[in-house]
Design a binder for this molecule. Structure first.
Ligand SMILES: NC(=O)c1ccc[n+]([C@@H]2O[C@H](COP(=O)([O-])OP(=O)(O)OC[C@H]3O[C@@H](n4cnc5c(N)ncnc54)[C@H](OP(=O)(O)O)[C@@H]3O)[C@@H](O)[C@H]2O)c1
Length: 333
């Protein structure tokens, strides 16, 4: 017997309750199934949308256990890739969207969806990063792969006080980039400076879109949580051969831009999809996260650690922008 947060939907309304389940209640995860004792999960923006029903995130059948992230200990494994006692991380790959996710004390997950927990991370730290930190790492790797050099100029991070943004600022600063944090949350300026932001600009500087197809080139790179007009402004302000990693749509999903920054400045627009990121790249990103981030970084970015029963109310806080940094879920707590 174990506990899980179970999401049901009737009359267009979602209801999440903590329920006691048995192992046989868990949906089968196929021939490579791994039974995991989940230790921690996390609460991302996407989880907030799923739990409250504010966004169409759940594409599987109800009842559903949400939670796109989990870390835990292997109890039983049908695949040679893992054995009992191993620590594993699962993020994305439709967990908590189509298949049951991480808001549970036990989970059955298909082995190829899991990666080993690096030695340099504790289970709680792994969820201090979660999908947000993993996405920030993939975004930083994309800038590096496109030749964005710390010595060449400033990199701007939008949605900087959010989970992915906070970890993006932290990672870039640790890698010696000149970091400009864009935020709409005034109360977070000190926090962002402590995370390594060299300068802070208001979110409004990017909203509304660019006045011209190409504005003054200000950034060698960008990590964008905003999307929409924010992304359009970033593209128009990116310097020659700079790169913009687009991972979010917190401010909008449409993109009105022109080809000029691409064909006259060689600007690169790189899409980041953490959900279906291939496994070898996943492992690399997690190892790098574990080698760059420090214990102090995880303590600073984790604003709350909550239990399963607190998830519905904290989900509402996440959606209303009241939460800075990351929320870790102590599923055994
Ligand atoms: N592509 C992927 O694989 C992937 C993975 C993870 C997340 N995401 C997406 O990335 C975004 C951030 O995720 P998260 O988990 O970090 O969420 P989060 O912790 O809730 O952070 C979102 C942040 O976005 C900023 N924001 C809010 N409204 C905005 C607006 N109108 N325009 C611009 N920025 C706004 C706020 O930061 P400030 O107050 O500091 O401005 C807020 O803290 C979301 O859109 C999420 O869906 C994508």
């Amino acid at each position: 017997m174990f506990e899980a947060l179970v999401l049901d939907r009737s009359d267009e309304e979602s209801r999440a309750t903590v329920q006691t389940l048995e192992i046989d209640d868990l949906p089968d995860a196929g021939p490579d199934e791994v039974l995991v004792e989940v230790l921690y999960s996390s609460l991302n923006y996407k989880d907030g949308l799923a739990v409250t029903g504010a966004g169409k995130i759940i594409r599987g059948e109800y009842p559903m256990v949400p939670g796109i992230d989990l870390v835990g200990r292997v109890k039983k494994s049908r695949t040679d890739a893992f054995e009992s006692g191993d620590h594993v991380i699962g993020t994305g790959w439709q967990l908590g969207e189509v298949e049951w996710g991480g808001y549970t004390q036990r989970a059955k997950v298909s082995g190829p969806k899991l990666v080993p927990l690096p030695d340099t991370l504790t289970p709680k730290q792994a969820m201090g990063a979660g999908t947000a930190g993993f996405t920030a790492m993939l975004s930083v790797m994309a800038l590096e792969e496109h030749g964005v050099d710390p010595d060449e100029g400033a990199v701007v991070v939008t949605g900087a006080s959010g989970g992915a943004g906070s970890l993006g600022v932290t990672l870039l600063s640790a890698l010696d980039y000149d970091v400009v944090a864009s935020t709409g949350s005034e109360g977070t300026h000190r926090y962002l400076r402590e995370r390594g932001a060299d300068r802070i600009i208001d979110r409004s500087a990017f909203e509304g879109g660019p006045e011209r197809p190409m504005e003054e080139g200000k950034w060698v790179g960008a990590l964008d949580a905003g999307g929409g007009d924010t992304l359009a402004t970033l593209i128009s302000q990116t310097r020659r051969r700079g790169a913009v990693a687009s991972f979010g749509n917190a401010g909008g999903h449409e993109l009105n831009t022109s080809v000029f920054p691409f064909i006259l400045r060689g600007v690169r627009l790189v899409g980041i999809d953490s959900n279906t990121c291939p496994n070898d790249r996943r492992r690399r990103a997690w190892r790098r996260l574990g080698s760059i981030l420090t214990e102090e970084d995880f303590e600073a970015v984790t604003s709350r650690t909550v239990t399963l029963d607190e998830i519905p109310s904290v989900s509402r806080d996440v959606l209303s922008g009241e939460v800075r940094g990351r929320v870790v879920v102590d599923v055994q707590g």
